[in-house]
Design a protein around this ligand. Sequence first.
Ligand code: C2O
Ligand code: CU
Length: 456
Amino acid sequence: MLSRRFFLQALGAAGTIPALPRGVRAALPVLEAGASRVQIAPEGYSDTALWTFNGSFPGPELRFAQGERFAWRVENRLETPTAVHWHGIRIDNAMDGVPGVTQDPILPGTGFDYDFVLPDAGTYWYHSHAQSVEQVERGLYGALVVEETDPPEVDADITLVIDDIRLGDDAQIIPDFDNMHDRSHAGRIGNVILTNGRPQAEYQVRQHDRLRLRLINASNARIFELGLYGLAGWIVALDGMPLAEPEAALDTLTLAPAQRMDLIVDVTGEDEAFLLHFDRTGGYAQASFRIGSGTRARREPPAALPPNPDFPIDLANAVPQRVLMEGGAMRGLSEAMHLGEVLTGRQLAEKGLFWALNGQVGRDMLPLLEVPRGQSVRLGIVNDTAFPHAMHLHGMHFAEVLPDSTLGPLRDTILLAQGETKELAFAAHNPGDWLFHCHMLGHHAAGMGTFIRVTG
Ligand code: C2O
Ligand code: CU
């Protein structure tokens, strides 16, 4: 098991809030959304005004056992409505946290009780789903970890929430959340990259330690290209779901907005190891590990994580649905439907709307698709735009249908490069109205979102 001392040290300032012991009846624990100030920029600069959960940035890491009940109250101490989405949890629809779809917004000064069971082990996250371009950027997000009953043996279990935000010279968030260029291009890309709310996360490890790294991309729109230095290992889960077999983490690891990746790595370096992110100018440390001397030798590759409940996909009898993504800079929309009206591209742009799914801009009254519970679905997605998009389905995980008609790993968010076509398949096992939208949050706000209805 992981060393308790290391675990506490690694969590550092963000801290962890233990789940209520089972069987204890008490007032619900509270996640309070409110304003607070956090020192993000280096010493000498001002602290930064943020919106946080419980004053912590990121919000407190919530840890539960698989199968446990999550019962927390969210209180809104902001001056604007909010709601919290539990990203990747195969949740009861009424608890999904989407204002206008699954609940009313949580008005300032009021609260909402979230109460659901956590069916799957893995790495998830929670974030505001109201005005999310602004609210996630300002800090309303945190990690949600569901532990396996029989977890893999590691020396430390480390969550690394990666974000990028757009700060001005005064170290304050630049409040241009409606920026038309961002909305119609790649989304809101920041200029300051953070790990667990700080410019860099630092850890002390020993040579040959085995670490579980839980990577979460909480940024508005940045696609991270990550690399390991002085660490060698395997990808064991994507978007919370275990891979059937651990996969060697050899190349650059791509993490699109909202995606997660669980790695099990061994410390192979001598003095220092890093999780790096790469951009055009080079590699930068997101997390650094100072290496003390260890005694252990290297170990055998890890076994696969225990599987989560399975909802088999019946490809042969799946209902096909095409999804055409259009719009954005360079391609534009000549005209599209918005709230039951045909509007020209210019009229849409005046409303800050740039993206369409099947000719529809923004969520309409009608779902993209309605299927009975238990039906399998194939979504053929064509990205006919000049930008990449990270498409997220609420409530159910999907698999990519690979060219040889086999299924890839289960995911809840998938990246489509510009011009790319991908086919996804899922078993519609969870009844309710489920959003399907781009997790480049400015794209969603600018029209790239719809929903799928599962009846029965
Ligand atoms: Cu991570 Cu619709 O959300
Ligand atoms: Cu997008």
